[in-house]
Design a binder for this molecule. Structure first.
Ligand code: PEP
Length: 257
């Protein structure tokens, strides 16, 4: 929306190994170059599995690509006896710009609660990464509490303790819309995004509220992206399934055209 560069972000989840990642990013770069995509007008980011990041870093650096990338999670700790965990320091060394935090699959399958999400958000900022903080209500939450209450409470806890200058992205992802083919309406997304912007304002202040990008995620595809992008408080999208097809993802990225 106004004065904020939209971010179109592909969350690959546990798909595409490091060889497939190289082929994908090369093809994405060629497709967007062919289409004369203006990266200053709409930023593009991919979130591959950890094991792909070194390959993506090497390709992006060698070909001077404007495609940003990040990880899908990080540890709340800096280093030490945490078998299987990945430090934000390591991700920063690999030139990750972003890291997704609190995706609903992490919350559900790995029991990450709001306190864990807050600790990971702080760790990301500490290491110079931009956290993409995911919040969203389940179908049951929606029925019991309406659309905004749960995401607003989740975001409040996640942002508590951050400095006003912290560079963050918020992703509103209603759990019922993720991977279901049943996206929220642009109106629904706007209503919650506006409430989330109020939380950013309340905790981090006016300047942060004006600058922070709030994405919508949940069954976004090339045929529905434009509707979301017309909403004043929606500044891009986090895309799962549809980000795995280069042509479909490129069409989403070029939503204006
Ligand atoms: C996601 O998992 O972040 C997501 C939005 O998935 P999908 O686009 O497949 O609904």
């Amino acid at each position: 929306a106004v004065n904020r560069v939209p971010l179109l972000a592909g969350n690959w989840k546990m798909n595409l190994d490091h060889l497939q990642a190289i082929a994908f990013v090369q093809k994405l770069a060629w497709t967007l170059k062919d289409a004369s995509h203006d990266f200053d007008a709409a930023e593009v980011a991919v979130f591959p599995p950890f094991t792909d990041l070194r390959s993506v870093q090497t390709l992006v650096a060698a070909d001077k690509l404007s495609i940003a990338f990040g990880a899908q999670d990080l540890s709340m700790h800096d280093s030490g006896a945490y078998t299987g965990e990945i430090s934000g320091a390591f991700l920063a060394q690999l030139d990750c710009t972003y890291v997704i935090i609190g995706h609903s699959e992490r919350r559900t399958l790995h029991a990450e609660d709001d306190t864990v999400v807050a600790a990971k958000t702080a760790a990301a900022v500490k290491h110079g990464l931009v956290p993409v903080v995911c919040v969203g209500e389940t179908a049951e939450d929606l029925e019991k509490h309406g659309p905004s209450a749960v995401p607003v409470a989740q975001l409040r806890t996640a942002l508590e303790g951050l400095d006003a200058g912290a560079d963050i992205v918020v992703a509103y992802e209603p759990v019922w819309a993720i991977g279901s083919g049943q996206a929220a309406t642009p109106d629904q997304a706007e209503q919650v995004a506006a409430a989330l912007r109020d939380v950013v304002r309340e905790i981090l202040g006016d300047e942060a509220a004006t600058r922070t990008r709030i994405l919508y995620g949940g069954s976004v595809k090339s045929s529905n992206i434009a509707g979301f992008m017309r909403e004043p408080n929606v500044d891009g999208a986090l895309i799962g399934g549809a980000s795995l097809d280069v042509n479909e993802f490129s069409s989403i990225v070029r939503f204006q055209k």
